[in-house]
Design a protein around this ligand. Structure first.
Ligand code: HEC
Ligand code: HEC
Length: 358
């Protein structure tokens, strides 16, 4: 009897143990299942997020869109061959070219000849020494200067090549021009005249100057421009737009787009149409008129962003155009046409152009 009782208690104990073990195992299995599900959910979320990120990275890493060539003509202007230059012109023409390419080494803040410019080279804008189609080349410089400016006072009614080059020294290089009779000025004029002498007087060379980008129907948007700048331009021209000096510290590897060392408010590039057209055909570096990588919208918005950043001002003084001669995107009032300064700076330009025909 006693033995039976102990057997019973033993059995009860064993059953209890079994129940506990089973419950414990069940509990563990349940927990594992719950964790597994939660884990799955979280993993799925991670994946979603990761996917989001990846998608963004993917979008950044897609090769930039390719746009059709801006011009497919085979007869765009090319510079007159430098190897054919006559011996009496040779020295001046070659020195002139050197001054256009490495302006700052001679005339920049640490220049060997004079310190009269901001550190940029003419070639930073006039690409390939002024020979690149739609890279503000000098194709029409010899053939179309002096230019008649009917609306200017008599003393300025004819702008010759010396005046035009001086204007870039003062406005784009934010400095002073070498004297007319100086070796430097005479050489620059000799070079520009030489390369363009294969264009008949009075004719405009194909692909010269800046590409004319079609207008947007809206105003250009600096906020959108800033976003594009961060993706497409910042790696070279930097976040503060100040560019990067070359290793020798004398000129720029990547020239400044704004700030105290950049072109002034009076430079041609400060006009939105010129900036946008220049960028369309030439930037980011490596792009040419044959392989644009930015949409027209992107270029206009970039122009609005870059040209709303601080830069040197310039006393426009006597060279300020008369009201009637102000171009559609000349960004300084007053105007005779009733459109605001803001619209003259950012657009929309179509209505202004239609009213003024300028
Ligand atoms: C910041 C950019 C920039 C720099 C730097 C610059 N220029 Fe210019 N230059 C321009 C722009 C913009 C125009 C106007 C182009 C247009 O209207 O089609 C221009 C026009 C000219 C023209 C008239 C071209 C033509 O055929 O109508 C000459 C010549 C010229 N520059 C010479 C120079 C020289 C020489 C230097 C260096 C001392 C220089 N530029 C530096 C932007 C620049
Ligand atoms: C890979 C480097 C690189 C990138 C990216 C780049 N640039 Fe440039 N940019 C240059 C260089 C180099 C020059 C001068 C070219 C020369 O001297 O031959 C230049 C010149 C310029 C100039 C004329 C000179 C000046 O300083 O004003 C403008 C305007 C310009 N870039 C705008 C842009 C814009 C806008 C973007 C973005 C869409 C951009 N660049 C992207 C390298 C770059």
């Amino acid at each position: 009897m006693e033995k039976k009782q102990t057997d019973n208690t033993k059995l009860q104990k064993q059953v209890k143990l079994l129940i506990w073990s089973v419950s414990a195992i069940l509990a563990v299995v349940l927990l594992i299942t719950v964790f597994w599900f939660v884990g799955q959910e979280m993993a799925a979320e991670d994946f979603d997020q990761g996917n989001g990120l990846n998608q963004e990275m993917y979008q950044d890493s897609i090769p930039p869109a390719d746009f059709p060539p801006l011009d497919t003509a085979s007869d765009l202007w090319t510079a007159q061959d430098l190897s054919l230059v006559s011996t009496d012109e040779k020295e001046r023409v070659e020195y002139g070219r050197e001054l256009i390419v490495n302006t700052s080494n001679y005339l920049g803040p640490r220049g060997s000849v004079a310190q009269i410019t901001n550190g940029m080279n003419c070639q930073n804008c006039h690409l390939q020494a002024g020979n690149q189609p739609y890279g503000i080349n000098f194709g029409s410089s010899w053939s179309t200067y002096p230019k008649f400016r009917p609306n200017r006072p008599r003393s300025e009614s004819s702008e010759d090549l010396f005046m035009r080059v001086s204007s870039c020294f003062e406005r784009s290089l934010n400095g002073t021009a070498p004297a007319k009779g100086s070796k430097e000025m005479q050489s620059i004029l000799a070079y520009i005249s030489y390369v363009g002498r294969n264009v008949p007087k009075g004719q405009k060379a194909k692909g010269s100057g800046v590409y004319e980008l079609p207008f947007l129907s809206r105003a250009a948007d600096p906020v959108r421009g800033k976003m594009i700048y961060a993706k497409k331009c910042v790696s070279c021209h930097l976040e503060n737009g100040e560019g990067q000096l070359a290793a020798d510290g004398k000129s720029y590897q990547y020239p400044p787009l704004w700030g105290s060392h950049s072109y002034s408010l009076a430079s041609g590039l400060f006009r939105l149409s010129k900036f946008a057209g220049y960028v369309k055909a030439n930037m980011p570096q490596g792009v040419t008129y044959q392989s644009p990588k930015l949409s027209d919208e992107d270029c206009w918005d970039l122009a609005a962003y870059v040209n709303s950043q601080p830069r040197p001002s310039k006393d426009l003084g006597k060279e300020t155009p008369l009201l009637e001669e102000k171009l559609f995107d000349y960004p300084f009032g007053p105007y005779a046409d009733g459109f605001s300064e803001k619209q003259h700076k950012y657009g929309p330009f179509k209505p202004i152009k239609e009213k003024n025909k300028l």
